[in-house]
Design a binder for this molecule. Structure first.
Ligand code: HAM
Length: 470
């Protein structure tokens, strides 16, 4: 029988507090009241939100999927400034749209003129296409971006005043394949993230076709005026196409019976649209024809589409992304007549959908596992460990470590939790001898190697480097 070893109980420490001198006490009191008086805490502005470390995995996977898709589909990265002239968006998005009328963050610049935080980036990209001479390059110019947009909207779930979009723009080609390619990228973005979505699609033809349709629409709506909500009555005056966007219950019946734009399209426009749909069929991208889809921005022509989650509640029910053709925008912004198409996906909303869907379906965001845990013991070992970690930075070996824990047991517990196959152990003795221990975490077998040979020794042991050792 093993004898139980009783640990000696240490006597409790008696802490004798020095008496605080009177002046010091007074000073402390003064400091306390000053700091209390100045105490204020800040929260993010209404409609803006912090993206915390625990959310990073979602954002990172969305960024990685976007950049991989962009590279494969040959879209080059473009970054445009967050601030632009306000008139750029008024001209392109349209004076009577919600974005321009109600949602732009517009400021007076100190050198005169009105500037604004970009509400979207298509207009900025087209501005760059014209002003940076991208029209001189081989066409089409295919670019993608990722960044913050600003709309002073009424905040609610999934609707923020600062939000992130990833966008793809294809400028310089009129080909239904370009439209289908953009829809395929949007669809594949969600497919790669294991998120089911469907595409809602429509064609709004050319401005002339739309003008004829608007008249017909107005004639129809005039006969139904008494059933309409306040906002729709205003829309009849200002922007009749937006009537089809109304979400009010009382207007739904009228909307459903409204004339459909496809019946006002020319043969050419219809054929173009049919070709886009044929490509989508070939690609196996599920879509729903939605005759009432007109989009909230005025620059679109022909194909328009939006991406919706298949399942989802609340915020996850709104459009995750949208886009379409904008053949007149380059000319509108001072360039030559140039066809173009694009789309943008809302990342904040997609993250909400991803969290909800992953939770419901018990899916996990896969993290690349660590190869090694690096444990160190003692002061000198800590410094040396930092140097070795720095030396191994380019080695491609994924190393976990915790320089603030001093006990070996705690550090090896972390190593076990991370399920690494090997740990490096560096103590005072190893520092002196220029060696390091490699411990097999499953068998517990330890091997001592020269510090100069750590990288080679580890790569020999780790399966992922098998190829380099052949
Ligand atoms: P959009 O439909 O206005 O299109 O925005 C695209 C996506 O951005 C939306 O589907 C949504 O996910 C996200 N989004 C928009 N507003 C907010 C908001 N307030 N809060 C959170 N997310 C939001 C465009 O912006 C066009 N530039 C797309 C495009 C590119 N068309 C051609 N090329």
């Amino acid at each position: 029988m093993k004898a139980k070893i009783k640990k000696n109980k240490k006597p409790a420490k008696v802490v004798i507090k020095k008496p605080i001198k009177k002046e010091k006490m007074k000073k402390n009191e003064e400091q306390k009241t000053v700091s209390d008086k100045n105490k204020k805490t800040w929260t993010a502005l209404r409609g803006m939100h912090d993206i915390l470390p625990k959310e990073e995995k979602y954002w990172k996977s969305m960024y990685n999927v976007s950049s991989k898709l962009a590279e494969y589909m040959q879209f080059a990265r473009i970054e445009t400034p967050i601030l632009e002239e306000a008139s750029l968006f008024i001209r392109s998005i349209g004076k009577t749209t919600d974005v321009v009328e109600k949602e732009m963050y517009v400021f007076d610049d100190s050198d005169g003129g009105k500037i604004c935080l970009r509400p979207e980036a298509t207009a900025s990209v087209v501005r760059a296409y014209v002003s940076d001479g991208l029209w001189n390059n081989p066409q089409p110019v295919k670019v993608w971006y990722w960044g913050p947009m600003f709309r002073h909207d009424r905040p609610q779930a999934g609707r923020y005043r600062q939000f992130t979009q990833v966008g793809f723009e294809n400028i310089g080609v009129l080909d239904p394949a370009a439209d289908a390619e953009l829809i395929m990228i949007a669809f594949n973005f969600y497919k790669d993230l294991k998120l089911p979505v469907e595409i809602h699609i429509n064609s709004i033809g050319t401005p002339e076709e739309r003008e004829r349709y608007k008249n017909e629409l107005l004639n129809y709506y005039r006969t139904k005026k008494s059933y309409l909500c306040e906002e729709c009555r205003k829309r009849m005056q200002k922007n009749p196409l937006r009537l089809l966007d109304c979400k009010e219950e009382q207007c739904q019946g009228v909307k459903e019976e409204a004339p459909q734009i496809v019946d006002w399209l020319s043969e050419n426009s219809k054929n173009y649209f049919m070709k886009v749909l044929e490509y989508l069929d070939e690609l196996g991208v599920p879509y729903i024809l939605r005759p009432s889809l007109v989009r909230g921005l005025d620059y679109y022509t022909h194909t328009v589409f939006e991406v919706y989650p298949i399942s989802g509640e609340g915020a996850a029910q709104s459009a995750l992304g949208g886009g379409g053709r904008y053949d007149l925008l380059v000319e509108e912004l001072g360039g030559k007549s140039t066809p173009a198409a694009g789309m943008a996906l809302g990342i904040d909303r997609s993250v909400i959908y991803m969290k909800e869907f992953y939770q419901q379906n018990q899916l996990r965001v896969e993290k690349e596992p660590y190869d090694i845990f690096f444990a160190q013991l003692g002061d000198r070992a800590k410094g040396r460990a930092m140097k070795i970690l720095d030396d191994l930075r380019e080695s491609n070996i994924k190393i976990a470590f915790n320089l603030y824990k001093n006990s070996l047991k705690t550090q090896l517990d972390i190593a076990n939790e991370l399920k690494v196959p090997y740990s490096l152990i560096l103590g005072q003795k190893e520092v002196q001898e220029g060696t390091i221990i490699i411990r097999d975490m499953e068998s517990g077998i330890q091997e001592i190697v020269d510090q100069k040979k750590i990288e080679t020794a580890l790569k020999k042991k780790l399966k992922k480097f098998d190829d380099t050792n052949k």
